[in-house]
Design a protein around this ligand. Structure first.
Ligand code: BGP
Length: 466
């Protein structure tokens, strides 16, 4: 048989797999001692905020089906898989007693992954504040920061003998933007200064968790997952370039710099001072941030951010928001994912890689999320009964071409994880946009069926390229 020549060969040991999270997949929301997170609480108060009123208890039942799911991971070529521990399951009161049933569950998941040759990547926080901790002020509260650090340390002690890749947070800017700036998630506050406090305290929590991990001298790596959404200016005109630089400071460098370089970007601090929105900084915060940079960075990339210089003056009495310093810009000839409405711009993934190579000491990183959401995906089911998602295969290929180019030019990228393994519940969008390599039917059985992309992904992983 003629051997097909692969054009895009990846380095040996490259991580192929996917990412998910506990709250989006486990289900069993009220079982075995788990208590409410902000999602359960918010849903109980305002079910209308969720697509088709589908709430967080309707997630894909991984709690009961994880053994079958891990077999599906094998069938779709996973050599690694990320999920998150739910704080509200492991320590239902936020601090104090550890839930033994949760310990058993997470132990079983980790052991089952390892027994099947899949490296577990464990994240500690995926937007899922326990409600009892939110009642204390959430990330605005130092008490909650301390409770999180103890929770993190509990996880390291319980599972750190087998888990070698740890992440403190997934996309920590999202709870800031969605919960404190743009009224998209609970607690639905619109207040930049409080948002800045949440961001700062999250970074302190992250740094203290890294410190706790290092103290335990376990044989593994610890990092954070950031959604890097580079800002591109409308034009090369100075005022547009400046606008893009400012939005980049707010939404990328605000987290990327402290976790890798140990300090905030100076220009960002100046802007915050100028607008009188500097958060309270406790004694020792800056030192702990400085002393605890990460070993490994996860990069989530979906789409770029496009901006232009501000067109209209903001009224002086208006409360500060980052958008007072730039305007969003829509590029007329952009490529769009028509099933989700997001821009698709593959080469941005390469720009991120080169930025990390040149401006962040080429630290080890991997693509920890990238993927294509599709609303109404059942219309792509073929006669054999599975979803024929050629668009997703093409989406991954086109991004991987740029990842490959970045690697050839020396970027230190260790793997590619797709969002996500199986269709899952996604916050207020619930099951609207499907992202999985595996379809999940939303019925009593949560029936799983591998999509065409899942079959293709296996070949990609086995051949270490395409
Ligand atoms: C990422 C989050 C995921 C997931 C994904 C898809 O930013 O880390 O948790 O939800 O976005 O989002 P959506 O379903 O809104 O398209």
């Amino acid at each position: 048989m003629k051997k097909t020549i692969q054009k895009y060969q990846f380095p040996s040991g490259f991580w192929w797999g996917s990412a998910a999270s506990g709250p989006q997949t486990e289900g069993a929301a009220h079982e075995d001692g788990r208590k409410q997170s902000i999602w359960d609480y918010w849903y109980s108060k305002q079910p209308n905020s969720f697509h088709n009123q589908v709430g967080p208890e309707h997630t894909s039942n991984f709690y009961y089906l994880f053994k079958e799911d891990i077999q599906l991971m094998k069938k779709t070529g996973h050599n690694s898989f990320r999920t998150s521990i739910q704080w509200s399951r492991l320590i239902p009161d936020g601090h104090g007693e550890t839930n033994e049933l949760a310990v058993r569950f997470y132990n079983e998941v980790i052991d089952e992954l390892l027994a099947n040759g899949i490296e577990p990547f464990i994240n500690l926080y995926h937007f899922d504040m326990p409600m009892c901790m939110q009642a204390k002020g959430g990330w605005e509260s130092i008490e909650v920061v301390d409770a999180y650090v103890r929770y993190a340390e509990t996880c390291f002690r319980l599972f750190g003998d087998r888990v070698k890749y740890w992440f403190t947070f997934n996309e920590p800017i999202v709870p800031v933007e969605a919960g404190y700036l743009y009224n998209l998630h609970y607690p639905n506050i619109i207040d930049f200064k409080r948002g800045a406090q949440v961001a700062h305290n999250t970074i302190v929590a992250h740094s203290k968790a890294v410190e706790a991990y290092k103290k335990l001298k376990l044989d593994g790596k610890i990092g954070i997952i950031l959604n890097l959404t580079p800002s591109y200016p409308r034009s090369e005109e100075e005022r547009d370039v400046k606008a893009a630089h400012i939005s980049d400071l707010f939404f990328n460098r605000s987290f990327l710099d402290p976790v890798t370089k140990g300090h905030y970007p100076k220009e960002l601090i100046e802007i915050l001072k100028e607008h009188d929105v500097i958060p309270a900084i406790q004694k020792g915060d800056l030192e702990v941030i400085h002393a605890n940079s990460i070993d490994l960075l996860g990069v989530n990339y979906y789409q770029p951010r496009r901006v232009k210089a501000k067109e209209e003056k903001v009224m002086p009495e208006t409360r500060f928001m980052p958008e007072h310093l730039y305007d969003p810009y829509i590029k007329p000839d952009r490529k769009i994912n028509p099933h989700r409405g997001w821009e698709i711009c593959e080469e941005v993934i390469y720009d991120i890689m080169i930025d990390i190579r040149d401006n962040y000491s080429n630290i080890p990183f991997f693509i920890s999320e990238n993927g294509m959401g599709v609303e109404g995906e059942e219309k792509f089911r073929n006669l054999e009964g599975y979803i024929e998602d050629n668009y997703r295969i093409e989406f991954v290929q086109e991004h991987l071409k740029w990842v490959h180019k970045g690697l050839e030019e020396g970027a230190n990228c260790l793997g590619y994880h797709l969002w996500t393994f199986m269709d899952n519940w996604s916050w207020t969008n619930a099951y609207k946009n499907r992202y999985g390599l595996v379809e999940v039917e939303i019925n009593q059985e949560f029936q799983r069926t591998i999509k065409k992309s899942g079959r293709w992904f296996k070949g990609l992983s086995e051949n270490n390229g395409f």
